[in-house]
Design a binder for this molecule. Structure first.
Ligand code: ATP
Ligand code: FE2
Length: 320
């Protein structure tokens, strides 16, 4: 039983294949704007132009043919409409032409499931940090519930916006991480956490104001230290409240070593299990869609249209 998954909610077109146990292939290509943020129509063009080549590559890496695939899973949302509909249309075409079952996967849940798969944790508190999303999530009564979240922008968006202030290209996260390593001096920044919610946009405003008064290394170091401390503090409160025994970080920003270090340290102190996920599966990828499609293979779905707003807690989790 093989599932091929297609991811296209934003900048990345990804194709993954799984048999439910192993990831047999995971290939992708990311649309990188020359300057500024994503232009939706350009992202969609990028995805359409590479779709068949990447599907072929994924099949050849896994040693399979399209006829061996049983289910086509696609990223149903949330996402930016133009790129989002690429995975839907490609999945629909393959499913109709070759008579394969089609499964719509919530992109956020896919980030959660791939994290559970690679850590082996059954029921962790999960910090989901990406461009658009910053949420502390736990599983309760058949749904993934959002315990805490950002009250304004996602942490990845914050990093990308601050990156733009310093002319760092999108996605700025990896370059900010590199520069922050050379930072030495901590500059106090707005630290805003209420219960399990955080507010991040004040930090961008603050950095705009002080940008020319400090070294870039120290600004980006302090940015990471401040934001990541807020996220880990909110996660710790959720762990204490829910009494869960493990913690994992997922989403594009989970590729950040410093964030994982802070998560690990917090867990050590409170005797909670912690594992990082492999970097390859932190950011958007097709394997997480394929794997979640595998978990959902028996779902009967009657609304497969792309959903730009598709909440994590809308999906009834029947496989747990
Ligand atoms: P979502 O729909 O889940 O919000 P997304 O479209 O933001 O997904 P992801 O690939 O999950 O896509 O996350 C991308 C974000 O991750 C970008 O904002 C990018 O700057 C950030 N990022 C990538 N690598 C790192 C890193 N090493 N450190 C910090 N942030 C990173
Ligand atoms: Fe994502």
């Amino acid at each position: 039983m093989y599932v091929l998954g297609l991811e296209s909610t934003a900048h990345t077109f990804g194709v993954g294949i799984t048999d439910g146990k192993d990831i047999l292939s995971n290939v992708r290509d990311t649309y990188l704007p020359e300057r500024g943020g994503i232009i939706p129509s350009k992202a969609a063009e990028h995805h359409y132009s590479l779709a068949s080549k990447l599907i072929e590559k994924a099949l050849s890496e896994s040693g399979l043919k399209l006829k061996d695939i049983d289910v086509i899973a696609f990223s149903q949302g949330p996402g930016i409409f133009a790129p989002l509909k690429v995975s839907f249309q490609v999945a629909k075409y393959i499913s109709e032409k070759f008579n394969k079952k089609m499964i719509g996967v919530n992109h956020c849940i896919a980030h959660l499931e791939i994290a559970r798969k690679f850590t082996g944790f059954q029921d962790p508190v999960m910090l989901y940090v990406s461009g658009g999303n910053t949420q502390v999530i736990t599983f309760e009564d058949g749904y993934y519930r959002i315990f805490g979240e950002t009250q304004d922008i996602g942490v990845g968006n914050l990093l990308d916006k601050v990156g733009r202030l310093f002319e760092i290209k999108f996605p700025a996260g990896p370059e900010i991480e590199r520069i922050a390593k050379r930072g030495k001096r901590y500059i106090e920044m707005p630290y805003s956490i209420k219960g399990m919610d955080v507010s991040l946009s004040g930090i961008e405003t603050f950095i705009k104001r002080i940008k020319n008064s400090y070294r870039i290394e120290d600004i980006l170091f302090s940015l990471q230290e401040t934001v990541f401390s807020m996220l880990i503090e909110a996660s710790e409160r959720a762990i204490a409240y829910c009494g869960k025994d493990s913690f994992v970080i997922t989403g594009g920003v989970a590729a950040n070593k410093r964030l994982n270090e802070m998560g690990e340290k917090m867990c050590e102190e409170r005797k909670t299990k912690f594992k990082s996920i492999p970097m390859e599966y932190a950011g958007d990828n097709g394997a997480m869609i394929a794997y979640t499609g595998f978990l959902m293979k028996d779902y009967q779905q009657n609304d497969l249209k792309p959903k730009t707003n598709f909440r994590t807690d809308e999906v009834k989790i029947e496989y747990r």
